[in-house]
Design a protein around this ligand. Structure first.
Ligand SMILES: N[C@@H](CCC(=O)N[C@@H](CS)C(=O)NCC(=O)O)C(=O)O
Length: 206
């Protein structure tokens, strides 16, 4: 099997895919980009991912980007790892719904902090967007707490899935966004549970 190559940066959403690859026991290598020198916008990297973002996953058939696509790919490519409900259309769609919410709403709410300059040049407008981050993230995690985390230990209930690494990744941003995770007991319990997993510990190293 060809080695997959994950383009990664610490503290980013690419952590979710890194966790999934380790959980799947997928042969892969990790290439860490240096955001402090804007390596994600270097011509070499833009030739791999024209969006200038991580993650990007190089496969034998081409480059994949967008975390929900990468997580679905890993789960389907390595079915023996049972990282998604591959034989249950409803549960699979529910997982995709959760991934869509994280990538299109929660991640974007977070990005209005450090990346507010994407949406405005005006300093006051930027500061105004940044002031909304904590409240917006708290609202999103209220939805996750009430609507997505049931009684099961994992996002999908009893079955661990790639969605768990994705939630763990974004929940890890709460403190920096000025939100106390303790206000979301199920999210916090999930976060602590995830920290115990060998794959998560491995993914956080380096
Ligand atoms: N929709 C993409 C978002 C990718 C993204 O925005 N990645 C951030 C890190 S979390 C990034 O690479 N930022 C670099 C930059 O904005 O220059 C996904 O879900 O994978």
């Amino acid at each position: 099997m060809t080695m997959l190559k994950l383009y990664y940066a610490p503290g980013t959403c690419a952590l979710a895919t890194r966790i999934a690859l380790i959980e799947a026991n997928a042969p892969h290598e990790v290439v860490t980009l240096d955001f402090s020198s804007a390596e994600q916008r270097s011509p070499d990297y833009l030739a791999i991912n024209p969006k200038g973002r991580v993650p990007a996953l190089v496969t034998e058939r081409g480059v994949l980007t967008e975390t929900p696509a990468l997580l679905a790919y890993v789960a389907n490519r390595f079915p023996e790892a049972r990282l998604a409900p591959l034989d249950d259309a409803y549960a699979y769609a529910r997982m995709q719904e959760f991934h869509g919410y994280l990538s299109s709403t929660v991640h974007v709410a977070h990005a209005h902090g450090r990346r507010a300059g994407r949406w405005a040049d005006d300093e006051q407008a930027i500061a105004a967007m940044q002031r909304k981050v904590a409240a917006n993230m708290a609202e999103c995690f209220g939805v996750i707490e009430r609507h997505y985390l049931g009684d099961g230990p994992w996002v999908l209930g009893q079955q661990y899935s790639v969605a768990d690494g994705y939630l763990f990744t974004i929940a890890g941003w709460l403190e920096g966004d000025g939100v106390d995770m303790a206000g979301f007991p199920k999210v916090q319990a999930h976060f602590l549970r995830m920290q115990e997993r060998a794959a998560v510990r491995g993914a956080l190293q380096g």
